[in-house]
Design a protein around this ligand. Structure first.
Ligand SMILES: Cc1cc2nc3c(=O)[nH]c(=O)nc-3n(C[C@H](O)[C@H](O)[C@H](O)COP(=O)(O)O)c2cc1C
Length: 175
């Protein structure tokens, strides 16, 4: 861990035991903990009061959204949460870890890119996308390339996070 770790908010929708999203979120949070630049803040939308969300995002240098796909989009509760925050998203890198049925949540990720563009955020290119068959019953990815893909995504996120943190500190974002 570096002296001033980058603060990563992992925003997930619901950590109920037995849900696939819970498996994906715990796996990704564990991958983030293994990355030596990030300190992870796990935010469960099922447990947080939305009034408190802007302050948690304000503290973050980077954000990862973990979400399912519902009817070719991301779920409405996530949109409500995104809209409850405005300036704290500005000039922050955002990555997406998505899941669903056949689409593996990719259509949710594409729509989130549009939304975070409007919010002056920086959606990063790599996305991690899963269906339930991609994980074992004990919560590990089946494909051995998945853990390296998570570290690659985190390294891209860190690359954007460092200069954006400096830029926000030195000059107020003009938005
Ligand atoms: C209302 C609803 C709509 C869904 N629509 C899609 C869809 O369009 N594409 C897809 O791949 N999966 C779809 N799914 C499957 C979910 O993405 C999948 O079951 C996921 O694991 C649910 O995650 P959750 O427990 O976090 O809500 C849908 C599920 C629900 C409940």
């Amino acid at each position: 861990m570096t002296v001033h770790p980058l603060r990563l908010a992992v925003l997930t929708r619901n950590l109920e035991p037995g849900r696939f999203g819970t498996t994906v979120t715990h796996w990704f949070a564990s991958a983030a903990d293994q990355h030596d630049e990030f300190k992870c803040d796990l935010i469960d939308l099922g447990r947080i009061d939305l009034v408190d969300l802007p302050a948690r995002i304000a503290e973050a240098d980077a954000i990862v959204i973990v979400t399912a796909e519902y009817n070719h989009a991301y779920p409405g509760d996530l949109k409500t949460a995104i809209d409850a925050v405005r300036h704290p998203w500005f000039a922050k890198p955002v990555a997406f870890v998505v899941y669903g049925g056949r689409s593996r949540g990719l259509r949710a990720a594409e729509q989130l890119r549009l939304v975070f563009g409007e919010l002056h955020a920086v959606p990063i290119r790599d996305t991690l996308a899963f269906s339930e068959t991609d994980f074992t019953e004990t919560g590990h990815p089946v494909d051995p390339t998945t853990d390296p893909a998570a570290q690659a995504l985190l390294t891209q996120l860190a690359w954007w996070s460092r200069p954006l943190r400096e830029a926000r500190a030195s000059t107020p974002y003009p938005g």
